[in-house]
Design a protein around this ligand. Sequence first.
Ligand code: DGI
Ligand code: FE
Ligand code: FE
Ligand code: FE
Length: 187
Amino acid sequence: MEREQMIESVRSQMPEKRWRHTEGVMATAVLLAERFGGDPRKAELAAILHDVAKYWATDRMERIIREQGMPKELLEYDKELWHAPVGAWAAEHDYGVTDEEVLDAIRYHTSGRRRMTKLDKIVCLADYMEPGRDFPGVNKIREYSEHSLEKALLAGFDSTIGFLLEKGRMIFPLTVEARNGLIEELT
Ligand code: DGI
Ligand code: FE
Ligand code: FE
Ligand code: FE
C-alpha cells in the first residue's frame, strides 16, 4: 500500500490525539535512525503502523491472538500489551508489510524483548520520547538519547517497570528480559 493511503487508513482508526502521537513517533524514529545508523524508511514505516490496533475492541484483539497462535500467555497480562502483536498482524494482513524486521519492531514496541534489534530499539524509544510525551523522567530519556540508544531505552523500561510496581501490576516477562538484555549490552 502507498504511504499516503496507509497514513489515511491508520489515522481513521484512532482519535486525533493518538494520530498526533503517531506523527511524533514517525519523526522521532527517523531522527533516531539517522543518529544511530538505522534504516529511516523502515523506522518510519514501523512508526506509522505501531499503534494501528490501539483502539481495536478487546474481543477482536483476543480473537486474533488466539486464532493466529500468538503466545496465549499474553492474555494473562495487561490488555495494554495486546495492540503490539495484533498491530504487527494488521501490518502484514491489512497493509501488506512483509519485512520481518518492521513487523518485529511493531510486535515488540510495547514489551520489548531480549536481544532487541536496532530497529526494535529505535521504534520503542521513539514511542517513549516523541515530543508529545510527558511523564516523570522523559527529559532524562531525551538527554540519554543524544548519545545512547541503549541507555535511553533502559531508562524508558525502568520508568514503565517502576510505574507497574507502584500500581501493583504484573510485569510481562519480555519486559524484564528486554531490560536485562540492555544492561548486558551496556556492561
Ligand atoms: O501504545 P502507547 O501508549 O503509545 O505505548 P506502549 O505501546 O508502549 O504501551 C505502554 C503501556 O503498556 C503503558 O501504559 C504500560 C502498559 N504495560 C502494561 N503492562 C506492561 C506494559 N508495558 C510494558 N512494557 N510491560 C508490561 O508488562
Ligand atoms: Fe503502543
Ligand atoms: Fe513503548
Ligand atoms: Fe505508541
